[in-house]
Ligand binder design. Structure first.
Ligand SMILES: C[S@@+](CC[C@H](N)C(=O)[O-])C[C@H]1O[C@@H](n2cnc3c(N)ncnc32)[C@H](O)[C@@H]1O
Length: 298
């Protein structure tokens, strides 16, 4: 499966700063990247111009189509939005223009969520139903799709305030039977989910308002501000989530979200204030910091 790795280590990183790799099928002759395209991409500052040229050529249906794709990439759109997909946890996730590009580091949050769900499930004895997963602030729905693919059985719900993200997430979650709702945080979720959620993944925006203008152009210009801006200290949306999460979690269920190292202590405090037991997890490899808040068992 083709891969679009990303060097992004925080929301402040550009989504597609590392080369996409798209190996040919075994035995097939590799045509090589179209040379004219490579030089156009290189002139526009694409560091991995050969790899990108190959991916764009594979995404195009006609020479005119290829020209249009290259134009969009040269104009600065994230590669994932141009080709229409990103690789995430081994899945090919649809990414539409104007939708936040799932970052490679977020795979760490998925791993943590899967491990916790298995542990909690084992602690409760044989599970009678599927794990209930909510992907809040779902963007493309990559997190929900990856959790659905990793857990044996999962009932997946997702929500986002941005209609473009909701449309994209519906495409990605349909194969898993996931439901996607549009609205502000928990407001659009069915009331029947209260007290039933095993995993509440909430990858909220967490860039402080004053730092949004410092983001690389790919993010600043082509990802919606609502996906990036986390308020004055970057934790405004997060505090609203932590204040309400307990009411939605099953005892033993967990809230998980990403944060920056700098914000981690305050994020942990917010989790504790919300009545959850906080835990901090990190991955050096993926440059990821994840805060986990678990609802105490009765
Ligand atoms: C950082 S992006 C994360 C997207 C996705 N979870 C991921 O990891 O790729 C944050 C998302 O939160 C959504 N969002 C921001 N404020 C929201 C709110 N008040 N209610 C629901 N969604 C919100 C944005 O539209 C955006 O899709």
């Amino acid at each position: 499966m083709p891969e679009i790795p990303s060097e992004s280590s925080s929301l402040s990183s550009t989504p597609s700063s590392a080369p996409p790799s798209s190996p040919s099928a075994p035995g097939s002759a590799s045509p090589g990247p179209p040379p004219g395209i490579v030089s156009r991409l290189r002139a526009a500052g694409c560091v991995f111009a050969e790899d990108e040229a190959l991916l764009l050529a594979r995404a195009a249906r006609t020479p005119a189509d290829l020209d249009a794709l290259v134009e969009r990439r040269v104009a600065g759109l994230p590669l994932e939005q141009v080709v229409g997909w990103a690789e995430f946890c081994g899945l090919r996730v649809a990414v539409e223009p104007g939708v936040f590009v799932p970052r490679r580091r977020t795979e760490f949050l998925v791993r943590e969520a899967v491990a916790l769900t298995r542990e909690a499930g084992a602690g409760r004895g044989p599970r009678t139903g599927p794990a209930v997963v909510v992907d809040l602030c779902c963007g493309s729905g990559a997190v929900g799709a990856a959790l659905a693919a990793s857990l044996d059985r999962a009932e997946v719900h997702a929500a986002d305030i941005d209609p473009t993200a909701v449309r994209c997430a519906r495409r990605n979650l349909a194969p898993a039977g996931g439901r996607v709702y549009e609205g502000d945080l928990f407001e659009p979720l069915p009331a029947g989910l209260r007290g039933r959620v095993d995993v509440l993944a909430a990858n909220v925006p967490y860039v402080p308002t004053g730092e949004v203008d410092l983001l690389p152009a790919e993010a600043r210009l082509h990802e919606p501000r609502v996906a990036l801006d986390g308020g004055e200290d970057g934790l405004a949306v997060l505090r609203r989530v932590t204040a309400a999460a307990t009411g939605w979690l099953v005892p033993g269920g967990s809230l998980l979200f990403e944060t920056s190292r700098r914000q981690a202590a305050q994020a942990v405090e917010a989790v504790a204030r919300g009545g959850l037991v906080p835990m901090l997890a990190g991955s050096e490899e993926l440059h990821a910091t994840v805060v986990i808040g678990t609802r105490p068992c009765l």
